[in-house]
Design a binder for this molecule. Structure first.
Ligand code: 5GP
Ligand code: MG
Length: 186
């Protein structure tokens, strides 16, 4: 007899209308601060792609033009536990020197990813780098990293949906759900 662990999305923690309202508030906040400036949004792939897509369209509604680029970072593989190191697999193409940069990520967890990406980008001497995350999970932080803009704070649970995956699944969910682990014997 073998014990298997399988994971499924469970309780909805943040529904899609709540996410949508908060994304619009964040867009308003960014537009107020950056109106008339040369703004680059650097999104961390792959988890932030849904948040970024909604955010930039909301920014358009708030008359805030911007440029988008992407950085691909991996840390989790198929696990629910952070590997503790962030590997930059593909870097951005845009020049950042003297520009206003906002790093966009899905979730700030241990802080490893944002710290590594910020350090990587600072070498290019942007005018300013800020960070914007949809979710903040402060309970698991092991570096002194905070985000400048936070959508929601979540408890110490593994979450999926709205771009966030478990083992490449569940990114398509329109809401944020807690991942439930169940043990079965066979
Ligand atoms: P950190 O480097 O801060 O530990 O982790 C950041 C990255 O880990 C996030 O960009 C995200 O990809 C992944 N991550 C951290 N917590 C969660 C979570 O609860 N759910 C999912 N799907 N990914 C997470
Ligand atoms: Mg990520």
């Amino acid at each position: 007899m073998k014990t298997q662990q399988s994971f499924m999305p469970g309780k909805v923690l943040i529904d899609k209308n709540t996410i949508s309202r908060r994304v619009d508030e964040i867009a308003q906040e960014i537009a107020n601060e950056y109106k008339g400036q040369d703004l680059v949004m650097l999104a961390l792939l792959r988890g932030s792609f849904v948040f970024l897509a909604d955010l930039i369209r909301s920014l358009f509604e708030h008359s805030m033009p911007l440029t988008v680029d992407f950085i691909s970072v991996s840390s989790y593989g198929d696990s629910v536990v952070s590997s503790g190191s962030a590997v930059i697999e593909h870097s951005h193409k845009l020049k950042l020197k003297g520009r206003q940069v906002i790093i966009v990520d899905d979730i700030l967890d241990t802080g490893t990813t944002l710290a590594a990406v910020k350090e990587h980008l600072l070498k290019e001497e942007p005018a300013c780098i800020k960070t914007c995350v949809l979710l903040d999970k402060p309970a698991r932080r092991n570096l002194p990293v905070t985000a400048d803009i936070i959508g929601f704070t979540v408890e110490n649970v593994f979450v999926v949906g709205y771009g966030l995956d478990y083992d490449d699944d569940y990114r398509y969910l329109p809401h944020i759900a807690e991942l439930d682990g169940t043990k079965s014997n066979d």
